[in-house]
Write a protein that binds this ligand. Structure first.
Ligand code: APR
Length: 233
């Protein structure tokens, strides 16, 4: 692969599992204990804002007691050492990539440490609990909501993601079940363009069959090994 072509790395909840954050679709994961339609849709926010805010306040609070793991750290190390462009596209709303040192990162499903004004669209950094009806710093409307892409909403920065993917030299997917589009479709987009694709996941995902190569096992071991080999090669 020419080192001038970007590496695009898609990450999902599995990369943060070894840090202690719950994934969504494991047997005891978040969607086993909460209904998506109760906490992760625009309709849920309109119907019961307190419940939706409580769910994301819990997620935000959980960030305080976790730290990046070896997989996050390896990707940050790769970004520093790789001579070409590298872009992490994460579905995760945690900040563990940033805390590990990654800088070229797109949060396509939003971020827990950000609040979005439903009235004017401005964002502001947010730590701690976000109560329903908190006022926007820009327009003062009492309509701040978690800056999270709910089911039924369009993920962020799709133009930039697709443009970078279109000129990539490698697409790697780490710790995602391949169940949620449009992210789950990136592997086929890359494949159609002749871009090599690699899956690193604990177990085969819904999209495994679309990848050129799959490595199955914990990200904390497999990602550092992949980064070491790539930098040595
Ligand atoms: N190492 C690697 N992979 C792991 C590990 C680990 N230590 N632990 C779990 N996994 C894998 C699981 O096997 C699973 O395939 O990570 C994947 C996590 O899948 P999901 O829980 O579905 O999470 P994700 O793919 O990120 O979900 C996508 O769905 O509802 C949402 O918006 C939410 O961004 C999220 C989206």
């Amino acid at each position: 692969m020419p080192k001038t072509h970007p590496i695009v790395i898609l990450t999902g909840a599995g990369i943060s599992a070894e840090s202690g954050l719950e994934t969504f679709r494991s047997a005891d994961g978040l969607w086993a204990n909460h209904r998506i339609e109760d906490v992760c849709t625009p309709e849920a926010l309109a119907r019961d804002p307190a419940l939706v805010h409580h769910f994301y306040n819990q997620r935000r609070a959980a960030l305080a007691s976790v730290a990046p793991n070896a997989a996050h750290q390896a990707l940050a190390r790769l970004e520093q050492a790789w001579p070409g462009e590298l872009l992490i596209v994460t579905q995760n709303v945690d900040d563990l990539h940033e805390r590990a040192g990654s800088r070229r990162i797109i949060h396509m499903h939003g971020a827990l440490n950000s609040a979005l004004c439903a009235a004017c669209g401005e964002r502001q950094p947010w730590q701690g609990d976000l109560p329903p009806g908190a006022p926007c710093a820009a327009c003062a409307a009492p309509m701040l909501r978690p800056d999270i892409v709910f089911f039924g909403e369009i993920p962020y920065h799709m133009d930039r993601i697709e443009a970078t993917l279109a000129r990539a030299g490698l697409f790697v997917s780490i710790g995602t079940s391949g169940a949620v589009y449009p992210a789950a479709g990136f592997v086929r987009m890359a494949g159609a363009l002749g871009i090599p694709t690699l899956e690193i996941n604990l177990e085969p995902s819904a999209g495994s069959g679309w990848f050129d190569e799959c490595r199955h096992g914990p990200a904390g071991a497999l990602v550092p090994a992949w980064v070491d080999a790539l930098l040595a090669g």
